[in-house]
Ligand binder design. Sequence first.
Ligand SMILES: [Zn+2]
Ligand SMILES: [Zn+2]
Length: 194
Amino acid sequence: MKSYEDAIAFHGHSCGGLAMGYKAAELAAELLDLSFSEDEEVVCVTETDSCTVDAIQVTLGCTAGKGNLFVNKWGKNAFSFYNRKTGKSVRLVANPDVAPMNTELVELRAKVFSGKGTPEDAEHLHELMHKYTDAIMAIPAKKLFTVKETKALVPEKARIFDNVVCSVCGEQVAEGLCEKVDGKYVCTPCARKK
Ligand SMILES: [Zn+2]
Ligand SMILES: [Zn+2]
Protein backbone atom coordinates (compact mmCIF):
# COMPACT_ATOMS: atom_id res chain seq x y z
CA MET A 1 0.00 0.00 0.00
CA LYS A 2 1.02 3.63 -0.42
CA SER A 3 2.20 5.89 2.41
CA TYR A 4 0.51 8.47 4.61
CA GLU A 5 2.62 11.12 2.83
CA ASP A 6 1.08 10.05 -0.48
CA ALA A 7 -2.37 10.48 1.09
CA ILE A 8 -1.50 14.00 2.31
CA ALA A 9 -0.27 14.96 -1.18
CA PHE A 10 -3.60 13.87 -2.67
CA HIS A 11 -5.87 15.21 0.08
CA GLY A 12 -4.15 18.59 0.45
CA HIS A 13 -3.59 18.50 4.20
CA SER A 14 -2.94 16.16 7.10
CA CYS A 15 -5.86 15.82 9.51
CA GLY A 16 -7.46 13.47 12.01
CA GLY A 17 -9.86 12.09 9.41
CA LEU A 18 -7.11 11.33 6.94
CA ALA A 19 -5.15 9.60 9.71
CA MET A 20 -8.18 7.47 10.64
CA GLY A 21 -8.67 6.46 7.01
CA TYR A 22 -5.00 5.58 6.71
CA LYS A 23 -5.17 3.46 9.86
CA ALA A 24 -8.27 1.64 8.57
CA ALA A 25 -6.48 0.87 5.29
CA GLU A 26 -3.40 -0.30 7.19
CA LEU A 27 -5.41 -2.69 9.36
CA ALA A 28 -7.41 -3.99 6.40
CA ALA A 29 -4.20 -4.57 4.45
CA GLU A 30 -2.84 -6.63 7.34
CA LEU A 31 -6.02 -8.63 8.00
CA LEU A 32 -6.88 -9.34 4.37
CA ASP A 33 -3.38 -9.43 2.90
CA LEU A 34 -4.10 -6.48 0.62
CA SER A 35 -1.74 -4.46 -1.50
CA PHE A 36 -2.39 -1.43 -3.74
CA SER A 37 -5.24 -2.29 -6.11
CA GLU A 38 -4.11 -1.76 -9.71
CA ASP A 39 -7.46 -2.97 -10.91
CA GLU A 40 -10.53 -3.99 -8.92
CA GLU A 41 -9.06 -6.67 -6.68
CA VAL A 42 -9.59 -4.60 -3.51
CA VAL A 43 -13.05 -3.16 -2.85
CA CYS A 44 -14.00 -0.70 -0.13
CA VAL A 45 -17.47 0.33 1.01
CA THR A 46 -17.41 3.32 3.36
CA GLU A 47 -20.17 4.53 5.66
CA THR A 48 -18.92 8.13 5.61
CA ASP A 49 -17.86 10.68 3.01
CA SER A 50 -15.30 12.37 5.29
CA CYS A 51 -11.55 12.99 4.84
CA THR A 52 -11.01 9.31 5.74
CA VAL A 53 -12.10 8.21 2.27
CA ASP A 54 -9.25 10.04 0.53
CA ALA A 55 -6.65 8.08 2.50
CA ILE A 56 -8.26 4.79 1.43
CA GLN A 57 -8.37 5.83 -2.22
CA VAL A 58 -4.69 6.70 -2.30
CA THR A 59 -3.21 3.96 -0.15
CA LEU A 60 -5.18 0.98 -1.48
CA GLY A 61 -6.24 2.20 -4.93
CA CYS A 62 -9.99 1.98 -4.32
CA THR A 63 -11.44 4.72 -6.52
CA ALA A 64 -14.81 5.86 -7.80
CA GLY A 65 -13.63 5.63 -11.40
CA LYS A 66 -12.55 1.99 -11.15
CA GLY A 67 -15.78 1.07 -9.43
CA ASN A 68 -14.10 -0.44 -6.37
CA LEU A 69 -15.05 2.35 -3.97
CA PHE A 70 -18.59 2.83 -2.71
CA VAL A 71 -19.22 5.85 -0.50
CA ASN A 72 -22.28 6.02 1.73
CA LYS A 73 -23.01 9.33 3.44
CA TRP A 74 -24.12 7.87 6.76
CA GLY A 75 -21.68 9.78 8.98
CA LYS A 76 -20.18 6.59 10.45
CA ASN A 77 -16.47 5.87 10.64
CA ALA A 78 -16.97 2.34 9.39
CA PHE A 79 -15.26 0.73 6.42
CA SER A 80 -15.82 -2.64 4.76
CA PHE A 81 -12.93 -4.05 2.77
CA TYR A 82 -13.05 -7.00 0.38
CA ASN A 83 -10.25 -9.00 -1.18
CA ARG A 84 -11.67 -10.31 -4.45
CA LYS A 85 -8.80 -12.76 -4.90
CA THR A 86 -9.39 -14.61 -1.63
CA GLY A 87 -13.06 -13.74 -1.08
CA LYS A 88 -12.22 -12.55 2.43
CA SER A 89 -13.70 -9.39 3.87
CA VAL A 90 -13.78 -7.36 7.04
CA ARG A 91 -15.76 -4.39 8.43
CA LEU A 92 -13.74 -1.97 10.57
CA VAL A 93 -15.69 0.25 12.95
CA ALA A 94 -13.97 3.12 14.77
CA ASN A 95 -14.03 2.81 18.55
CA PRO A 96 -15.69 5.91 20.01
CA ASP A 97 -13.42 6.42 23.01
CA VAL A 98 -9.93 5.71 21.73
CA ALA A 99 -9.01 9.03 20.13
CA PRO A 100 -11.45 11.66 21.40
CA MET A 101 -10.85 15.30 20.46
CA ASN A 102 -10.34 17.45 23.53
CA THR A 103 -12.89 20.17 24.27
CA GLU A 104 -10.43 22.96 23.51
CA LEU A 105 -9.96 21.59 20.00
CA VAL A 106 -13.70 21.12 19.43
CA GLU A 107 -14.53 24.65 20.63
CA LEU A 108 -11.66 26.30 18.79
CA ARG A 109 -12.56 24.51 15.58
CA ALA A 110 -16.16 25.72 15.81
CA LYS A 111 -14.92 29.27 16.40
CA VAL A 112 -12.42 29.30 13.52
CA PHE A 113 -14.72 27.53 11.04
CA SER A 114 -17.53 30.00 11.76
CA GLY A 115 -15.19 32.85 10.82
CA LYS A 116 -15.09 34.31 14.34
CA GLY A 117 -11.52 33.26 15.17
CA THR A 118 -8.45 35.50 15.12
CA PRO A 119 -5.36 34.57 13.09
CA GLU A 120 -3.82 33.42 16.39
CA ASP A 121 -6.82 31.14 16.97
CA ALA A 122 -6.37 29.68 13.49
CA GLU A 123 -2.71 29.03 14.11
CA HIS A 124 -3.39 27.45 17.50
CA LEU A 125 -6.07 25.28 15.92
CA HIS A 126 -3.57 24.16 13.31
CA GLU A 127 -1.16 23.11 16.07
CA LEU A 128 -3.84 21.25 18.01
CA MET A 129 -5.01 19.47 14.85
CA HIS A 130 -1.46 18.38 14.17
CA LYS A 131 -1.08 17.03 17.69
CA TYR A 132 -4.39 15.22 17.37
CA THR A 133 -3.33 13.69 14.05
CA ASP A 134 0.02 12.61 15.50
CA ALA A 135 -1.82 11.04 18.43
CA ILE A 136 -4.00 8.99 16.08
CA MET A 137 -1.02 7.90 13.99
CA ALA A 138 0.72 6.69 17.18
CA ILE A 139 -2.18 4.43 18.24
CA PRO A 140 -2.03 0.87 16.88
CA ALA A 141 -4.77 0.42 14.26
CA LYS A 142 -6.13 -2.60 16.15
CA LYS A 143 -6.96 -0.32 19.08
CA LEU A 144 -8.67 2.29 16.91
CA PHE A 145 -11.11 -0.11 15.27
CA THR A 146 -13.32 -3.01 16.19
CA VAL A 147 -13.12 -5.79 13.62
CA LYS A 148 -16.56 -7.01 12.56
CA GLU A 149 -17.99 -9.14 9.80
CA THR A 150 -19.17 -7.45 6.63
CA LYS A 151 -22.92 -7.17 6.26
CA ALA A 152 -23.25 -7.30 2.50
CA LEU A 153 -21.73 -9.44 -0.22
CA VAL A 154 -18.84 -8.09 -2.23
CA PRO A 155 -20.26 -5.57 -4.72
CA GLU A 156 -20.42 -6.63 -8.36
CA LYS A 157 -17.51 -5.84 -10.61
CA ALA A 158 -17.77 -2.67 -12.65
CA ARG A 159 -19.69 -3.28 -15.84
CA ILE A 160 -18.31 -2.01 -19.10
CA PHE A 161 -20.73 -0.86 -21.78
CA ASP A 162 -20.59 0.29 -25.36
CA ASN A 163 -21.60 3.86 -26.01
CA VAL A 164 -24.77 4.71 -27.92
CA VAL A 165 -26.44 8.02 -28.73
CA CYS A 166 -29.52 9.31 -26.90
CA SER A 167 -32.42 9.74 -29.34
CA VAL A 168 -33.61 12.88 -27.50
CA CYS A 169 -30.52 15.01 -26.79
CA GLY A 170 -28.08 13.41 -29.24
CA GLU A 171 -25.42 13.00 -26.55
CA GLN A 172 -23.33 9.90 -26.01
CA VAL A 173 -24.44 7.53 -23.24
CA ALA A 174 -23.43 4.07 -21.96
CA GLU A 175 -25.79 1.48 -23.43
CA GLY A 176 -26.48 -0.44 -20.24
CA LEU A 177 -27.23 2.71 -18.28
CA CYS A 178 -29.93 4.25 -20.45
CA GLU A 179 -33.52 3.34 -21.18
CA LYS A 180 -34.96 2.02 -24.38
CA VAL A 181 -38.28 3.57 -25.35
CA ASP A 182 -40.00 2.24 -28.49
CA GLY A 183 -36.67 0.75 -29.55
CA LYS A 184 -34.81 4.06 -29.14
CA TYR A 185 -32.17 4.90 -26.54
CA VAL A 186 -33.08 7.64 -24.03
CA CYS A 187 -30.53 8.83 -21.44
CA THR A 188 -31.55 9.18 -17.79
CA PRO A 189 -31.70 13.02 -17.68
CA CYS A 190 -33.91 13.01 -20.82
CA ALA A 191 -36.10 10.22 -19.45
CA ARG A 192 -36.63 12.22 -16.25
CA LYS A 193 -37.82 15.30 -18.17
CA LYS A 194 -40.84 13.43 -19.45
ZN1 LIG B 1 -8.95 16.46 5.91
ZN1 LIG C 1 -30.57 12.50 -23.67
